[in-house]
Ligand binder design. Structure first.
Ligand code: SAH
Length: 403
């Protein structure tokens, strides 16, 4: 079998020295690392990766349109990609979630987190029986039917809905696509429970796959810390941190987002949980402007959450993004009372944890605020991080207390 696949598989020969990252099991090959393409692989085809001395390195998916020209399926010469390998990867991913996430905490979680689960370019989020998938790489596009079938079998879902309508697909030369792939879904949003709070999730029209699951544990932290505080929740989306704070005893929460539909959903979520509407205020605005306005109005808070969208998708956007993070952190700190808490996040792949901490420290210095670092925050464990793929660690946060 190997002899045949060997003879028929096209291959990419890498430039001398460019095999180093693959030897450390990093799963990406950039276009500049490739010396020669042998055969005529098409988008999504399986190729062999070979070092300049001809030695086998890995099986990968070819993506001629992308700067990430190949993504590794397997470093084992005896395991080329196929339904078996994919089923094994998905099985392992589900086992990890079962072990790491107590079911009483939630019925919504990320089941597949791309490269970090050995399925480069696939995201699968489970929302109370409805599985929402994003197929973001040429390789996963090629194996899409097999992946959907395996997910249907193993996840126990009643429906699979595709939300491959993101810009990431363009980089792979793929068209956006969304729609029901399997099973059936009731009309209207799905309802999930997280940390004892119910949320509507609009898997069809919501942002990303419908909900920001990566912040689950950080919302639980805010829930524990909110008692008696006046809170400000910036970039609130459908109210995750706001409802967490209110259920944790916050006296009031002002939430800001630029999206009208997200704010409407947030208010439905508040009602769904029979929470006191008087304790929540909602503002549709640009956070950059709103923070300045709050300052000129003399606003003061003792718990602030900053959970902005990705300002820097890649390291080359880091400088511009850094200015954005500095701005919102500086202006938020000017609103934070002594003894107050700031939970501040970056989900930018292009901003490292160290850089983010430096930016926030710079903002604190400019605000004349002394901050105690109470905790470093991460994504929840259904967003695992592989040591060999540090890009998977995109979400970083700091919990800070103003002295
Ligand atoms: N904290 C949320 C997730 C935030 S996602 C949760 O726990 O669910 C980022 C949010 O920022 C999105 O809802 C998006 O609509 C909003 N957003 C993006 N840019 C903005 C801006 N400049 N001003 C206000 N909101 C913005």
């Amino acid at each position: 079998m190997h002899a045949t696949s060997r003879m028929s598989a096209p291959s990419l020969e890498l430039k001398a020295g460019r095999e180093r990252s693959l030897r450390r099991r990093h799963p990406w090959v950039f276009s500049g690392a490739i010396e020669k393409v042998r055969g005529s692989p098409k988008s999504g085809d399986t190729v062999e990766l070979r070092a300049s001395d001809g030695k086998f390195l890995a099986w990968a998916a070819y993506s001629p349109a992308s700067q990430i020209r190949a993504r590794v399926w397997s470093f084992d010469e005896d395991r080329p990609p196929g339904a078996d390998l994919l089923a094994e990867r998905i099985g392992a991913a589900l086992a990890l979630r079962r072990a790491a996430i107590p079911l009483r905490a939630t019925n919504a979680m990320r089941l597949i987190h791309g490269e970090s689960d050995g399925v480069p370019g696939l995201v699968a989020d489970f929302y109370a029986g409805v599985l929402v998938v994003q197929v973001l790489s040429a390789g996963c596009e090629r194996w899409r039917d097999a992946l959907v079938e395996i997910l249907r079998e193993k996840s126990g879902c009643s429906a699979i809905y595709e939300r491959s309508d993101t810009e990431a697909r363009e980089l792979e030369g793929l068209k956006p696509r969304s729609g029901l792939l399997s099973g059936s879904m009731a009309d209207g949003p799905v309802r999930i429970v997280e940390n004892g709070i119910e949320y509507e999730v609009d898997v069809v029209a919501g942002q990303k796959t419908g909900f920001y699951l990566d912040q689950r544990d950080n919302r639980a932290r805010v829930q524990r810390l909110a008692d008696g505080r006046e809170a400000l929740n910036c970039f609130c989306y459908t109210g995750g941190f706001a409802l967490a704070a209110i259920s944790g005893g916050a006296r009031s929460v002002l939430s800001i987002d630029g999206s009208g539909p997200a704010l409407e959903c947030a208010q439905r979520n508040l009602a769904l949980n029979r929470m006191d509407a008087d304790r929540a205020r909602w503002l549709e605005a640009d956070v950059f402007d709103a923070l300045r306005k709050l300052r000129s109005d003399g606003g003061q808070f003792d718990l602030i959450v900053l959970d902005p969208p990705k300002f820097a998708p890649t390291p080359k956007d880091a400088e511009r993004a850094a200015r954005g993070y500095k701005d919102i952190n500086l202006n938020a700190l000017r609103l934070l009372r002594r003894g107050g808490l700031l939970a501040t996040f970056s989900c930018s792949g292009g901003i490292s944890r160290e850089l983010f901490q430096k930016i926030v420290a710079g903002a604190a210095a400019d605000a004349g605020a002394s901050l105690v670092l109470r905790e470093r925050l991460d994504a929840a464990p259904d967003h695992p991080v592989l040591m060999e793929f540090p890009e998977g660690e995109y979400l970083k946060g700091l919990l800070l207390e103003r002295r």
